[in-house]
Design a protein around this ligand. Sequence first.
Ligand code: KG4
Ligand code: ZN
Length: 379
Amino acid sequence: MLILGIESSCDETAAAVVADGDRILSNVVASQALTHEKYGGVVPELASREHLRKITPVVDEACRQAGTGLCQVDAIAVTEGPGLIGSLLVGLTYAKATALALNKPFIGVNHLEGHIHAVLLQNRSERRAGTAEAEARFPNVTLVVSGGHTCLFRVETIERDGCPRFSYRRLGQTRDDAAGEAFDKVAKLLALGYPGGPVIDRLASSGNSRAVDFGRVRLKGNPLDFSFSGLKTAVLYRLRGTDLQIEASERRAWLSSRREQGRAVSPQELRERCSQATVDLVASFQAAVVDDLVGRTLAAAEQEGVECIFVSGGVACNSLLRRHFAEAAQRTGLPVLFPSPALSTDNAAMIAAAGYFKLRAGECADRSLTAHASFPLGA
Ligand code: KG4
Ligand code: ZN
């Protein structure tokens, strides 16, 4: 069964063709990073215009790479929310119009459900190839951690008529910034480039993560909730009125002149423009975020008594996060499963994979399918 997946919830226009829910025949992503770079964050109006420009070529390319045509796909799965409304509407309208014109079923997928299915997709394809180190098990605790979301879910499956149905319970979520958003904002404060996560990840490898003690984030109420805005403010206070701030202003001017010249900045060039104190600061910030994410996820797994942890979303690419979870898995015997980096960040293969199970369960959408900026997953 061939599913065409379409994803346009934020700043990536993506299309993919996935066979039987676990064979990725194509996975095409057109990134808008260059469009939003100079603003240090996604500009919604520019994002929708860019999606409109890219959606047709991206879908065509996904079909070409998969060696199929739109007429041959069995169904179209599309992200219906949450996300930027103008961005979501581009992918959703394209998917719905194409499905109606070709008389095919179409399926609305929650973006967060897509991120959860990215882990299952990765595991199912590794198992088919005989390379899986562990088996994806349910119930599990899943951490979805990206630029827009930081949520913990309990995920269960029930087999009905030979088809698994997934159910989600939200255990905790961020009360302010998402973890990826905090990476992006700290990178903007320090003029390190956009998106901030990958830049900070690379720089931190040459920094001392114990240089600055940010302390633990303490929250009243649900201990499985997150909060990252205080950490970002703490970085700002460390910066204000110091040499680090002067250094950041100089770097900002340098980055913008390089942008005007259309010249890319290599990681090494950026490192040369950063003092050791700046690198130590970002390494300490990253360590504080990772500590918090790992700590609360392990606490959720213990609370729920599950035998497996999934981690997905753009921040799941972070090398320190992967290392700390791998160490925790060794220590506790609880397998922690990640998607590949390409399946961790926004992509349409995860939407097609989630759509596959919905199609099998008969959960197709009708003409009333529409986009939702806010679209919580699970109770
Ligand atoms: O999942 P994603 O592509 O989009 C959303 O659904 O938000 O995640 C993008 C986010 C950005 O905030 C980016 O800075 C962050 O993921 N990110 C990382 C890394 N790679 C991407 N954060 C930390 N370390 C990384 N290596
Ligand atoms: Zn995402």
